[in-house]
Write a new protein. Sequence first.
Length: 127
Amino acid sequence: MKKVSSTNHLRDIVAYICRNYPHKDELSNARVTKMVYLADWRSALERGKTLSGITWKFNHYGPFVYDVIEAVRKDSAFQVISTWNMYGEPKELLQVADDVTYPSLEEDEEERESRDIARNDDSRNRK
C-alpha cells in the first residue's frame, strides 16, 4: 500500500478531496484547486493560517494556481485523466489510487485547544 507523506499538506488535502468528493467525474483541476482554496480560506479564518501553504492568485474566474496540478503530476499516488467537458473542451480529472493511505486531516489535540482558547478570548473581548 502506498503511503502519502504527512509532510506535504497539499498532497494530503488533494487526496482527501479526491477520496471523499461524491461526484468523481467532476474533479477537474479547476474544481479541486477551488476546493483547496476554500479549505485554506476556512483554515485562515479559524486558525489564522492556511492548510496548504499556497500563495493564492486570482484571475477572472476566482482563485487559481498551478500548485495543485503540479503536485498531483509529481506524485505517483495520483492520476491525471484527460477527457472532455460538456462543451467539448478538454479537461483534466484528478484521481487518487485506491491503495493510497494518507494522514488524517483532523486537528491534533494541541491545535484544537489553541483554537478553543483563541475563540474564548475573542468572545470575552467582544463583551
